[in-house]
Design a protein around this ligand. Structure first.
Ligand code: SDX
Length: 389
């Protein structure tokens, strides 16, 4: 496209805007980041390289990737007082609520990087957000399980550091071995951006008022937390657990879905009306993980049975309901030892490059203006206050 114009100025840059970041074809099940098919990136790239591509628009040269990686490593730690702030938060609070609060509070600790009109400050804040969100997420998890926090180790890569800060040294040494880190890296790649989804539209909306990037991303984290959006990966596991514990058959459960008593979480999508290409990649990964890791609750087998039964039922195919990105991720996260309430935090860490890229792109859009959706008024016609008319 030749520059960026807002397709529908009435809505500002959120309900329908031009962007160069991600292309989705919902009917054909196509997803590309900056033109590169998700399948290519899933096989050949790393999350850090994909994050660079999504944020800066091009695949990095080796020197650029090293510089990016070094900057993130140098900025991975958080101020001691921020650590104390995190430790003082309610330990049984949902990690997404705590993560959003922490992301928002970064502007209090790093006031030197919040001015959206200053490119250098936006770049510095980008590095700080990318570098510190995994550190914050890991500390929130360690607090929730009563474990001592583990700070970043500057000898480790981005994903390995996050895993070690979360689980300590024994995670990767577990039965999944090197597959553990590769699986997290791939899952983060598959979540890196997704055009104008609910949370990214939220980041654009908040950023369109000239709010800083920390405030905008915090708003995105909150939008992502809902079970209709990123919170679905947690809701899928809760659904599978509930089916298993209640002893209902898959057929009986799907009857409840068709009676609209419950939704089949992890199914359906506003854009993908054929299949979600990410779900295909994740299903393959789940097979690899669960070949190595026993699945005592047999949740993967239950998920496969649920998918097969739904796709054989016209109620779902007529409504173009297929597994989305959230249907199989939870089975993998649980096998890795993440608690259910951390699943959406993993989604947020993956989606961060996308949020940052959209916030930055909007700042450079010549048609940039504040988001201001209009409504269709259906309330009372004018009526006068007693004694005034
Ligand atoms: C993500 O936008 C993105 O790109 C999001 C995302 C990303 O990467 O950012 O891909 C991540 O959020 C994936 C979606 C995760 N959410 C879930 O898995 C929750 C369950 N799914 C739904 O609630 C629903 O499918 C949505 C929210 C995802 C999409 O909602 P839509 O497009 O508004 O669908 P709809 O409500 O218009 O439904 C159309 C029909 C309706 O039936 P009728 O009233 O026409 O008879 O399909 C039915 C719905 O009742 N339906 C479902 C269903 N989803 C839709 N029925 C049962 N189970 C479901 N999951």
């Amino acid at each position: 496209s030749t520059g960026m114009t807002t397709l529908d100025p009435g809505f500002g840059n959120t309900a329908s805007c031009s962007s160069k970041i991600t292309y989705i074809d919902g009917a054909a099940g196509i997803l590309r980041y900056r033109g590169y098919p998700i399948q290519d990136l899933a096989v050949g790239s790393t999350f850090l390289e994909v994050a660079y591509l999504v944020i800066y628009g091009e695949l990095p040269e080796p020197g650029q990737l090293k510089e990016f990686s070094d900057k993130l490593r140098e900025n991975a730690d958080i101020p001691a007082e921020m650590g104390a702030f995190l430790d003082a938060m309610p330990r049984n609070g949902h990690p997404m609520a705590l993560l959003a609060s922490a992301a928002n509070t970064l502007s209090a600790y790093y006031a030197d990087s919040v001015d959206p009109s200053d490119e250098a400050q936006v770049e510095l804040a980008t590095i700080r957000l990318m570098a510190k969100l995994p550190t914050i997420a890991a500390r929130i998890y360690r607090n929730s399980v009563g474990a001592e926090p583990i700070g970043p180790d500057d000898s480790l890569g981005y994903v390995e550091n996050f895993i070690r800060m979360t689980f300590g040294d024994d995670a990767a040494a577990g039965e999944l071995g090197d597959l553990f880190g590769k699986a997290v890296d791939l899952l983060l790649i598959l979540h890196a951006d997704h055009e104008l989804n609910c949370s990214t539209a939220t980041v654009r909306t908040v950023g369109s008022s000239q709010a800083d990037i920390f405030a905008s991303v915090a708003a995105g984290i909150n939008a992502l937390s809902g079970p209709s959006h990123g919170g679905a990966n947690q809701a899928v596991l809760e659904m599978l657990d509930e089916i298993r514990e209640s002893g209902v058959t898959v057929a009986e459960f799907l009857e409840r879905v068709k009676a609209r008593e419950v939704r089949l979480m992890g199914f359906g999508h506003r854009v993908y009306k054929n299949f979600d290409p990410r779900s295909k990649e994740i299903k393959v990964l789940a097979t690899q993980i669960l070949d190595r890791h026993d699945d005592p609750d047999e949740l993967f087998a239950l998920a496969l049975e649920l998918e097969a039964a739904a796709l054989a039922d016209s109620y779902f195919t007529e409504r173009k309901l297929y597994p989305n990105v959230d249907f199989y991720t939870g089975v993998i996260y649980r096998a890795m030892g993440f608690p259910t309430n951390m699943f959406t935090v993993l989604f947020a860490i993956g989606r961060l490059p996308g949020w940052v890229a959209h916030y930055r792109e909007q700042l450079h859009d010549p048609a940039f203006r504040i988001a201001r959706p209009r409504q269709h008024y259906i309330g009372s016609a004018e009526r006068r206050y007693p004694g005034q008319g």
